[in-house]
Design a protein around this ligand. Structure first.
Ligand SMILES: Nc1ncnc2c1ncn2[C@@H]1O[C@H](COP(=O)(O)OP(=O)(O)OP(=O)(O)O)[C@@H](O)[C@H]1O
Length: 788
């Protein structure tokens, strides 16, 4: 039944289509209509002259002997009689036009919408003309036809002659306005135009020819002419104009542009005085070289580092590979997962087996079998990556039986690290495909490290510091080392005068005391503020641009500018710190983490306990780069990486690194304590700076908030500050801060004391205070007078 139904349906549609006329049928019918209209035209034409003769023939249509005078004989006589005599008279000629147009439309397969319009207006015209002719030529009914005559008769019975005349006039207006789109303006123009020659019409637009009084007239008429001809016939002309116009405009535009470009070319920018000066300075002395002070400094050599037996790299154990492959295939087979392809990439500690499962296998199914696969491979540290991002395969990482140590030496010697064009390049180790992994700390911009005890955190920190020591000159980077365990980073004491930064009043550069940590962090915040101030004055966005500008001698050191080294803050045991100091530590760390990237302060924080109360939300949010060594639980893994996996690591420097989305498994480079000792000794033995890099002083909030105006209790830096202010003739706390490397609070206090002493005026909102002492001699005098 169903089949029957489906068979009958297409037939029906076919029928429908055939009714709509095929193209060929349209051509045939179209040509027939056109020929018919021609026949009509001639029969109408001759009917006008022969109608009287042929009238008697009309009833003898079937008689073959009877002949008509009409050009188309009896057919012509009859059809003309119907259209012209009984129908619409002369107006019937319009039908020949309508039939012809219909035929043409069919012949050329044109759209029918315009044709319909033609027919409607055609019929309106036919009726109107036949009535009008009937009205005026009552005596000669042939002109208006029977319809014209009868309609007149009918209308006049009701409306009288005048009424019919008005009706006809109204019909004419409709036709003129709607069909010919004529407006009174247009008619006036058209009538006006009649009086003038065509030649004059063409001459009008040329402005050169003055034609006396006519000029004003032509000026008024020109736009109206366009208005009249906007329709129908003249559209092509207008189009032509449109085309011409933009072309001209384009040409004009080009010329204009050329001119502007030439003008711009002529403008020579005046160089600022500062630029001229800096160019001269650079020409005389060369660019500023921050390393000049330690010009003879030698970077540590590679032979200070050990090979750690790895030497030639990874040894491939074919048998182990084969066994692992077979076990993976078998295990998956047990769970009815077919494998289409398998590929092994051997890394230093783990081998990655990349699997392409057979079509239709669910990825989640393989992911769920993680523990079963680990069990059957009898190995710890299996990690399943399903799918490997960007590859479309599933990865199973299986630890090698004999892991290869990745030596710091091998990664430092790698061309990837040597050629790294980074601000703070760090060679962490090697990836699973045995490639050296180098990242830029400046881009991270802060790093969070976590891992259970003994899994390689301290080695990781040492690897970071070693990388920087091998790549950066002491003038370019400074370390602030926080080591609550007191033992891990002690070796770096030797490079204090080269690479370390400390608080002005502290003896040891490496910070082990928690109270000092708080001061140091706050001091770094002050340094950050000061640096931002410098950047603002120099009108640059970050430390890199600032240093480039400073090197080009565009920033005057006498105005407080200096080459800014990067500062790397390393905190080895963050959990301990946060437990004892809590908010006091968290607040400045969060502030630094949020703001310090542009001014070159980068934080590296390591913790044994990656629990949520140690790595708080605010800290986590500001440390996008994270490293996880092996942790004890999935929860810890999630806390540090936001995903599990760190609990599956095998320890000893096996780590996961993430900088946002992707998690990369790395084998951390190993650098042993004796190596660090050798490197630091090598550096420490060289000539260094007189002291460690001094951070701005921070005076705790509680140690002196009360403002003291007593001369004896003035700040130790009072006189220095007064001199700075008097020389610069600018009473601002930030100037004191910058020049004397003081904290904001202390500088503020000194300003208050200066005000009390009458050296600066009162606080004036955003403006700098007025300086009341104008030279050093007056200052000396004032201070002397105070003592007496
Ligand atoms: N990248 C590595 N390659 C080889 N072995 C490593 C690596 N990292 C660490 N180890 C081994 O692990 C041991 C412990 O490392 P490390 O001292 O860095 O651990 P830790 O996480 O700092 O522990 P803790 O928190 O107790 O200080 C090292 O002595 C070394 O034998």
């Amino acid at each position: 039944m169903a089949k029957k139904a489906s068979k009958t349906k297409p037939k029906a549609t076919k029928k429908g289509i055939s009714l709509k006329l095929s193209k060929q049928n349209k051509i045939i019918l179209g040509s027939l209509l056109m020929l018919f209209s021609i026949a009509l035209f001639f029969s109408f034409l001759s009917f006008y002259f022969t109608w009287q003769d042929d009238q008697s023939m009309l009833s003898e249509f079937s008689d073959r002997n009877a002949q008509a005078e009409n050009l188309l004989n009896k057919f012509g006589a009859n059809i003309s009689h119907i259209f012209m005599y009984r129908g619409f008279g002369l107006a019937s000629f319009i039908f020949t036009f309508l039939f012809f147009m219909t035929g043409l439309h069919m012949f050329l397969d044109l759209k029918n919408s315009k044709l319909l319009k033609k027919w409607i207006w055609g019929l309106v015209l036919v009726i109107w003309i036949s009535i009008t002719l009937g009205f005026f030529t009552m005596e000669r009914p042939l002109l208006g036809g029977l319809v014209g005559y009868e309609m007149n008769d009918f209308l006049q019975d009701y409306a009288g002659k005048i009424g019919v005349l008005l009706l006809l006039l109204f019909g004419l207006i409709i036709i003129l306005v709607r069909l010919f789109k004529l407006t009174p303006d247009g008619i006036a123009t058209y009538l006006g135009k009649q009086g003038k020659s065509v030649a004059a019409e063409f001459k009008k637009p040329t402005p050169n020819e003055d034609e006396g009084g006519e000029v004003t007239g032509s000026d008024e008429e020109t736009p109206i002419v366009i208005d009249t001809y906007t329709h129908k016939k003249d559209i092509p002309v207008l189009k032509k104009d449109e085309n011409d116009l933009p072309m001209e405009i384009a040409a004009n535009k080009k010329e204009e542009e050329k001119e502007i470009a030439m003008e711009i070319g002529k403008i020579t920018e005046e160089k600022e005085e500062k630029d001229v000066l800096s160019d001269k300075l650079v020409a005389d002395f060369g660019e500023f070289d921050p390393t000049l002070e330690l010009g003879n400094y030698k970077f540590p050599t590679l032979d200070l580092l050990d090979q750690h037996g790895s030497g030639g790299g990874i040894t491939i154990n074919q048998q182990e590979l084969e066994e692992n492959k077979n076990r993976i295939v078998e295990t998956l087979k047990n769970y009815k997962i077919g494998i289409a392809q398998i590929k092994a990439t051997i890394g230093p500690t783990v081998t990655l087996y990349e699997i392409v499962p057979e079509a239709g296998v669910r990825i989640s199914k393989i992911k769920n079998l993680e523990d079963d696969i680990a069990l059957s491979l009898a190995a710890l540290g299996i990690r399943i990556i399903a799918p490997i991002p960007g590859k479309g395969t599933i990865g199973i990482e299986v630890p090698n039986k004999n892991a290869t140590i990745v030596s710091m030496r091998s990664v430092i010697a790698s061309s990837k690290f040597q050629k790294a064009e980074m601000q703070l390049p760090i060679a962490f180790g090697k990836t699973i495909s045995n490639e050296t992994f180098v990242v830029d700390l400046a881009k991270m911009p802060h790093l969070l490290m976590a891992g259970a005890t003994g899994q390689g955190k301290s080695v990781g920190l040492n690897a970071v510091l070693t990388s920087l020591l091998y790549k950066k000159h002491p003038a370019e980077v400074k370390f602030v080392l926080v080591d609550p365990k007191k033992v891990e980073l002690t070796l770096f004491n030797k490079i204090e005068r080269h690479y370390l930064a400390k608080l002005p009043d502290s003896e040891d550069a490496i910070i082990t005391d928690n109270n000092k940590v708080i001061n140091t962090l706050n001091s770094l915040c002050i340094e950050m503020d000061n640096r931002y101030e410098l950047l603002k004055v120099a009108m640059v966005r970050n430390i890199k641009e600032y240093n480039v500008k400073f090197k080009a001698r565009k920033l005057n050191p006498n105005e407080g500018h200096m080459f800014l080294p990067y500062i790397v803050l390393v905190i080895d045991e963050f959990a301990d710190l946060i437990m004892t100091a809590g908010k006091e530590v968290e607040t400045p760390i969060a502030r630094l983490a949020q703001l310090a990237r542009a001014i070159g302060i980068h934080l590296i924080i390591a913790t044994q306990r990656p629990s949520v109360n140690v790595i708080t939300g605010i800290i986590k949010a500001n440390f996008p780069a994270r490293i996880a060594f092996r942790v004890t639980s999935k929860i810890d893994s999630r806390t540090i990486l936001d995903t599990q996996g760190a609990d599956q690591l095998i320890g000893r420097g096996d780590m996961l690194f993430t900088q946002g989305n992707d998690v990369t498994r790395l084998q951390c480079a190993f650098v042993d304590t004796p190596e660090i000792a050798r490197i630091t000794e090598y550096i420490g033995a060289q000539r260094g700076y007189p002291d460690a890099h001094l951070l701005p002083e921070y005076v705790g909030e509680d140690s002196g908030t009360s403002i003291d105006y007593e001369i004896s209790e003035r700040d130790a830096m009072f006189r220095d500050a007064a001199e700075v202010i008097v020389i610069a003739q600018q009473g601002s706390a930030s100037l004191i801060q910058r020049k004397l490397k003081l904290g904001y609070n202390r500088a503020g206090r000194i300003i208050d004391q200066l005000e009390a002493a009458g050296i600066v005026g009162p606080f004036e909102g955003s403006k700098a205070r007025q300086v009341l002492v104008h030279d050093m001699a007056s200052l000396d005098q004032l201070l002397k007078n105070e003592q007496n």
